[in-house]
Design a binder for this molecule. Structure first.
Ligand code: ATP
Ligand code: MG
Length: 581
């Protein structure tokens, strides 16, 4: 069974608790057969007029004592068993998140956010339910049925038992048929629910765009459609569910009818006593729950199996960039070299980088410019090792980058991505993300370098202002500067700015760049930009087009060359002077 196999690590770890819960459950089932037998005995004694006050009192006391004992045992097994299943839920979620943090961008390209959310919520829940509720129903079915049947046969009459059980297979049949139907409708309802979630997410996050294009009515109508679908599918689930109880009651009623009818006949012919008949009918009632539990168990196990498979599939996906078997330690990153490096995104049909060669000494600044889509961000991402690199093409301190530990390389780099990602925490926590223990002074220094000091005064709670999901509270330029401050916090050996100054005005831009030149003396910096003024001071500038270097040199050399760079630079200067900046 894949369920137990795949979760064997957990069952092994928690076997003591499972053993305790199962033993207690079985004991409760066994103790449960005593009261009906006692009731039958008392009735028989009444019938023959032999019941003394003392026997009655003893019987009543015993019944009360038994009830208290069962109460305590049930409490213990329920808390133990379901405590375990809650623990499993927590462990699985932790593992999942840990796994996701190791994955590279291509993993998230293959698996949508919605799917991953479903894994972390629905699937984890289904698995933990199987490990709790599933175990409970299984034990109750096996032990409960066996105990009651053995008692019926040994203490009362096997003939009566067989007769009364004739309708019971129908009960199992009905439960299985209805169970299958429920599952089918349930899956449909869950899928519709997932779609509704996606739609809600999109409507809320895209609210501003929807409003500005006056699409509210259409959006509401579309959402209405989706919610209607969810409602209809849930109604179907409810309709099938509603059949459960009446069907069970009908079949159980038949069983009782046989039990009473045939039982009375047997009493009449002195084959069993009246007390036995009454005990028997109580036992019959005790069989219903294990029968239902069996149906439930099958249901739960199937759901649990499906989910554990999905989770395992998720866990089996490996990151496509991993540490080499033998990593070489490089103390400080010196020269960065690329030797005819080419790169193609997984699944793409064209190379996004072709034959890129460069050499950058420690402490130098490289500018990367070029038209949109020319490969600037792709080039910078090579250093971050988000995708596998061709071996022996990219070197840091003469060591091929694929042989240096991933965490070491990433630890050197402060990266300000083109699409700034802020967490919905305070500005302070966003900036100090890489160095949570940082002093207040260090945070302020990073803010100063990113020219963000003045903006803080205008924020409602200063440094402690919560920026909202993805920084909705901040302007584009503010977000960029928070991201820059975050990258500067760790005083990285290598700073990567991917178009990180596009949304700030020219004066702020030159202030930030001057700060960087002053404070980062001796450290390496990469700047990709559309605004050429940002790379004027760079030690070397690459001009990319369609993934290859078409011009390169210092600012002065490129101006003399008179190509794309000069043309673009002159145009931007003219625009700037026209705008009066
Ligand atoms: P911009 O100035 O707009 O930021 P860029 O120079 O940074 O552009 P890149 O983002 O490096 O350009 O993209 C270079 C090429 O790679 C483009 O043709 C783009 O379509 C492609 N590309 C980028 N990301 C992916 C991806 N994840 N999968 C496949 N192709 C990609
Ligand atoms: Mg880019």
């Amino acid at each position: 069974m894949s369920f137990i196999g795949r979760l064997s690590w957990f069952f092994q770890q928690q076997w003591g608790k499972y053993a305790l819960a199962i033993i207690l459950m079985a004991t409760v089932n066994i103790l449960g057969i005593i009261p009906p037998k006692m009731i039958g005995n008392v009735i028989d004694q009444i019938r023959i007029g032999g019941l003394s006050a003392e026997t009655l009192r003893n019987n009543v006391l015993l019944l009360v004592g038994l009830a208290v004992l069962i109460y305590i045992m049930v409490y213990i097994w329920v808390t133990t068993l379901f405590g375990n299943s809650i623990l499993l839920e927590k462990l699985l979620r932790g593992r999942l998140l840990q796994h996701l943090t190791r994955m590279s961008p291509s993993f998230f390209q293959r698996n949508s956010t919605g799917e991953l959310m479903a894994l972390a919520t629905n699937d984890v829940l289904a698995v933990s339910q199987t490990a709790g509720y599933g175990v409970m129903t299984l034990v109750n079915t096996l032990v409960g049925t066996a105990v009651v049947l053995i008692t019926m046969v040994s203490l009362i009459s096997y003939k009566l038992m067989l007769a009364a059980l004739i309708p019971m297979p129908f009960l199992a049949l009905v439960i299985s048929v209805l169970g299958k139907k429920t599952r089918k409708h349930f899956i449909a309802a869950q899928t519709a629910f997932g779609k509704m979630n996606d739609q809600a997410l999109e409507s809320i996050s895209g609210m501003r765009v929807i409003r500005s294009y006056v699409q509210e009515e259409q959006d509401i109508a579309a959402f209405d459609q989706v919610t209607k679908d969810v409602m209809n599918k849930n109604r179907k689930v409810a309709a099938v569910n509603a059949l459960f109880h009446p069907s069970i009651a009908l079949i159980v009623g038949l069983s009782y009818a046989i039990g009473i009818g045939y039982g009375a006949y047997m009493v009449f012919h002195n084959q069993i006593s009246l007390g036995q008949l009454i005990s028997f009918n109580i036992y019959l009632g005790m069989l219903i729950w294990p029968m239902i539990a069996f149906g439930e168990f099958i249901n739960i196990l199937q759901r649990g199996n499906a989910s554990v498979d999905r989770l395992t599939k998720g866990f089996q996906q490996q990151a496509d960039v991993q540490d080499a078997e033998m990593t070489i330690t490089v103390e400080v990153p010196g020269q960065i070299t690329m030797d005819r490096l080419s790169f193609r995104y997984p699944g793409a049909v064209h190379d996004s980088l072709r034959d890129i060669s460069l050499q950058l000494g420690r402490g130098q600044t490289l500018g990367i410019v070029g038209r949109t889509g020319s490969g600037k961000s792709t080039l910078l991402k090579q250093l971050l090792r988000q995708y596998p690199v061709e071996p022996n093409r990219l070197f840091i301190s003469q060591v091929p980058v694929e042989q240096i530990g991933l965490s070491q390389v990433r630890g050197w780099i402060g990266y300000v991505p083109q699409e700034h990602l802020l967490l919905s925490k305070s500005i302070r926590d966003n900036i100090a993300l890489g160095l949570p223990e940082a002093s207040e002074e260090a945070v302020w220094k990073a803010i100063e370098m990113a020219s963000f000091t003045k903006d803080i005064d205008h924020l409602p709670d200063g440094l402690e202002t919560i920026v909202g999901e993805n920084g909705v509270m901040l302007s584009g330029g503010q977000k960029q500067r928070v991201s820059i401050a975050r990258a500067l916090m760790t005083d990285p050996e290598i700073l990567i700015l991917d178009d990180s100054l596009s949304a700030v005005d020219a004066r702020t831009e030159s202030a930030i760049l001057a700060n960087l030149r002053r404070e980062r003396l001796g450290k390496t910096t990469f700047i990709a930009t559309h605004r050429l003024s940002a790379v004027v001071h760079a030690d070397w500038i690459l001009v990319l087009d369609e993934g290859t270097i078409v011009e390169e040199g210092t600012h002065e050399q490129l101006m003399l060359l008179g190509g794309w760079y000069k043309e673009q630079f002159d145009r931007q200067q003219m625009e700037a002077s026209l705008n009066g900046v």
